[in-house]
Design a protein around this ligand. Sequence first.
Ligand code: AP5
Ligand code: MG
Length: 240
Amino acid sequence: MATKEFKRAARIILVGAPGVGKGTQAERLMKRFPQLSALSSGDLLRNAVRNKTPLGLEAESHMKAGSLVPDDMILRLILTELKAKSWVPSSTSLSDASQTLPSDAPSASFILDGFPRTSIQARKLDALIPINLVVSLVTPVNIILGRIANRWVHAPSGRVYNTGFNKPKVEGKDDVTGEPLTKREDDGEETWRVRLKKFQETSEPLLEHYEKKGVLWRVEGNSSDEISPKLFGEFEKRFC
Ligand code: AP5
Ligand code: MG
């Protein structure tokens, strides 16, 4: 399929319960629109944990317990990554980020998966990069729970598989590198329920924040296959 030109930069956030398919939809959007890139806060944190960085060591217990890592920690991590990708100027600091939107918004098009998650994080991000579409993904909780047990991941890249729906070509192996797939440490049912509760507490003020800005779009479906075509359609309407 030919690459479609964007008429303006797409700066998108995916918001949804743990396991709703944020990572899955981000991968599909990038396949459909190759000029998009994606950043997952969960993948960044898991890399930091695996590499035993000071931040990773601090974040690990929060993640294992299913709670959110502190706002200042995730903000530091994200800002470093935004600078590395040149999506914000290298001189940007969190303390001098004001409430005025930057006039030199980046021309890059990207998806943020899992960040921001609290209204504090959202306000900080507003001052760094103006987001122009917030996708709220909604799927019934009982359906999501069934999927988590079947989820396998390629930890170094964050690629996600599911033995029931999106099988790897070779059992237990990543399609691209052939490396082994693993389970996420926070995917037990009990921890997932804690993550879900946390999501329910924090998402309402977060979504309200973006609703007021007029950039919120909600999409509902029982499966990612139901959601993807709607998401592609909305994306094309807004950016192509
Ligand atoms: P994070 O990694 O962001 O986890 P999450 O939000 O809990 O979401 P998941 O990654 O579990 O799910 P997903 O929506 O990406 O679903 P997926 O596509 O994999 O965060 C982890 C932790 O990091 C947090 O708990 C927190 O501690 C910390 N953290 C991260 N960001 C933070 C922040 N901003 N502030 C503070 N702390 C932060 O899909 C799920 C499964 O379903 C897969 O197996 C998939 O293949 C399958 N699937 C998808 N579609 C279908 C379908 N149609 N049918 C069947 N199966 C399907
Ligand atoms: Mg994910």
